[in-house]
Design a protein around this ligand. Structure first.
Ligand code: UDP
Length: 311
């Protein structure tokens, strides 16, 4: 059934791809963003799309979008560099912002999907991470502005589900990449791609033995749509379960770009998780979801985007 849906964080990396996917399914989409880390250029191709409208709005301030039947809550700074720079804003959007969006969903009886994160697991001592794991989070460290905001959001989503019967979904997103990642947001793959293409040294933080698992954006968006159609209200992990050390990942970027850049070691940021890998058994069994694009393929698909961004 076609719907009028709201996407917060619509000008961000995931939000903008989600808007595209929802429009392609025939829905009418209202995008909301305050551009604190999002970019209008991510939505410029929708300027003449009659089923898309845009509200420049900070979700920490209540607003009325008019009736919507589904609300996708994707607003938040998300890269470590951005959320460290915007620490208080990150705490506010994950608390007041999420509550405002839950109120909006409640008012219109809309279904609600919240973009949560693998950061809820902190520096995990259970590996790979399963949804039942409660996490190992430093509540006062530099990453706490993001981790605790996202954990508060999960508590708020569950409370609105339990107390008010809002039809909610919680998605724990692991590292995702692809076109529209900002080249200056400090994430590992955007940094490495840009450094490799410019012939600059690739900056590895620490010794490069820490691990991450990288999901290509189209795989993640497919999973989001599947979760939106399911009735599961408990958290679901979504990410690519193939685990890479950061050093291996730097070598993969050098191979894909054909760059002869050096690798330099830089200090490891405080509380940087030593390993991260999703257990996606739940998404597999519940949604029939499985990432299809491996890191090599995804980096190749992203190459042209990064080339044009640095041109
Ligand atoms: N990292 C790195 N070099 C960079 C940027 C990041 O070695 O130029 C490391 C970072 O320390 C972390 C991993 O890559 O261990 C992933 O970092 P990112 O900022 O992409 O996101 P995170 O997964 O930490 O939220």
């Amino acid at each position: 059934m076609l719907q009028r849906v709201l996407v917060t964080g619509a000008a961000g990396f995931l939000g903008s791809h989600l808007c595209d996917a929802l429009l392609a399914e025939g829905h009418t989409v209202v995008g909301v963003d305050n551009f604190c880390t999002g970019h209008a250029s991510n939505l410029s191709h929708l300027a003449s799309e009659p089923r898309f409208s845009f509200l420049e709005q900070d979700i920490c301030k209540p607003f009325d979008s008019g009736e919507v039947s589904f609300l996708f809550n994707f607003a938040s700074p998300a890269s470590p560099v951005d959320y460290t720079r915007l620490g208080v804003e990150t705490l506010l959007v994950g608390s007041a912002g999420t509550i405002n969006m839950l109120d909006l969903a409640r008012r219109y009886g809309a279904r609600f999907l919240h973009a949560s994160t693998s950061e809820c697991y902190g520096d995990p001592d259970v590996h790979p991470q399963i949804e039942a794991y409660w996490g190992h989070v430093n509540p006062i460290g530099p990453r706490s502005v993001y981790d605790e905001a996202k954990r508060f959001s999960e508590a708020a989503v569950m409370a609105y589900h339990r107390y008010y019967g809002v039809d909610t979904r919680l998605l724990r997103i692991f590292n995702t990449y692809g076109p529209r990642l900002q080249i200056d947001d400090g994430r590992v793959l955007s940094n490495f791609m840009v450094q490799a293409l410019r012939g600059e040294p690739l900056t590895i933080y620490g010794d490069g033995s820490q691990t991450r698992s990288f999901c290509y954006v189209s795989d993640l968006i497919d999973g989001i749509l599947r979760l939106s159609r399911s009735d599961e209200h408990l958290p679901v992990n979504m990410g690519n379960p193939v685990e890479w050390t950061i050093l291996e990942c730097a070598k993969e970027v050098l191979a894909v770009t054909g760059s002869s850049s050096d690798i330099v070691l830089k200090p490891l940021p405080q509380d940087d998780p030593t390993r991260r890998c999703p257990d996606i058994t739940k998404a597999r069994t519940l949604l029939g979801w499985e990432p299809e694009i491996n890191l090599r393929q995804g980096l190749l698909k992203s190459l042209q985007y990064f080339k044009s961004e640095i041109a």
